[in-house]
Design a protein around this ligand. Structure first.
Ligand SMILES: Nc1ncnc2c1ncn2[C@@H]1O[C@H](COP(=O)(O)OP(=O)(O)OP(=O)(O)O)[C@@H](O)[C@H]1O
Ligand SMILES: [Mg+2]
Length: 245
């Protein structure tokens, strides 16, 4: 299959057109189109197995067995649901792992400070809590100074309280850094809380989108918040009030 991965034209952080990705002859992404503006925060919802992670892997440049056009910034970083830290390296070397040259410890420590983890710089990954490990993974993404930050359910494994803190942190980092973000989540509230635009994926394409024109910080009690949440839940085919797919 043809691969076409380039830097985007000016004016867009991501431009995807006619993207198809098949596994064993079955198209998971089918003629998909997606544009993300520089600095835009986009959330991606969709039922399990609909192809969200597949799309993220393509955007991250981890999967090139595709057809179609995929234009993404050269500087991009991904955070997965599991933090994926190397257990035999302390936290700060994990943060700069894979960077070219011999990156300085100060670089890692600046990123760790940004996620509130400066004091755990020399800790071993196994001694971190789930939330701390996920913040270390976020620091590893930030140190790459991404123009596009790809987040694949980064808070999925966290307890409710830690999750709220992590969501707030991502919101703050995005506002400070100004990079484009694509956040995959199962949590409709999280999507409406953080994103400028919420997409719903179905049948291999972006089947629906809602623009979130609410001032930040957003209140769950705002009736417009509730209306958006209800509209998205309906799109996802969720008829209970659980808020997840
Ligand atoms: N390497 C692979 N080989 C074969 N099939 C795959 C491969 N990767 C993904 N798939 C299939 O593609 C479909 C989409 O998978 P994907 O992981 O993108 O879903 P998802 O939307 O991220 O789901 P979830 O919300 O559960 O994480 C699934 O049916 C999956 O089994
Ligand atoms: Mg997934």
């Amino acid at each position: 299959m043809a691969t076409d991965v380039h830097r985007p034209m000016t004016g867009q952080a991501v431009r995807v057109e006619g993207l198809t990705r098949s596994f064993d002859g079955r198209a998971v992404l089918h003629d998909l189109r997606l544009d993300i503006r520089p600095g835009e925060f986009v959330a991606l919802l969709g039922r399990s197995g609909c192809g969200k992670s597949t799309l993220l892997r393509v955007l991250a440049g981890l999967d090139r067995d595709i057809s179609g056009t995929v234009l993404v910034p050269r500087r991009k970083a991904v955070v997965f649901q599991a933090p994926r830290l190397m257990p035999w390296k302390r936290v700060w070397p994990n943060v700069v792992l894979g960077l070219p040259g011999r990156p300085e410890r100060a670089l890692a420590e600046r990123a760790l400070a940004e996620v509130g983890l400066a004091h755990r710089s020399t800790a071993w990954p196994r001694t971190l809590s789930g939330g701390e490990a996920q913040r270390a993974a976020l620091a590893r993404a930030l140190v790459r100074e991404p123009d596009l930050l790809l987040l694949d359910e980064p808070f999925g494994a966290l307890d409710a309280l830690t999750r709220v803190t992590a969501q707030r942190l991502v919101g703050e980092l995005w506002q400070r850094r100004g990079c484009a973000v694509l956040l995959v989540t199962h949590d409709v509230e999280e999507a409406v809380l953080l994103a400028d635009r919420v997409l719903v994926m179905d049948d291999g394409v972006i089947a629906h989108e809602e623009r979130v024109d609410l001032d930040r910080p957003r209140a769950l009690t705002d009736p417009r918040f509730a209306a958006l949440r209800a509209a998205l839940l309906a799109r996802l085919g969720v008829d209970t009030a659980t808020g997840t797919t």
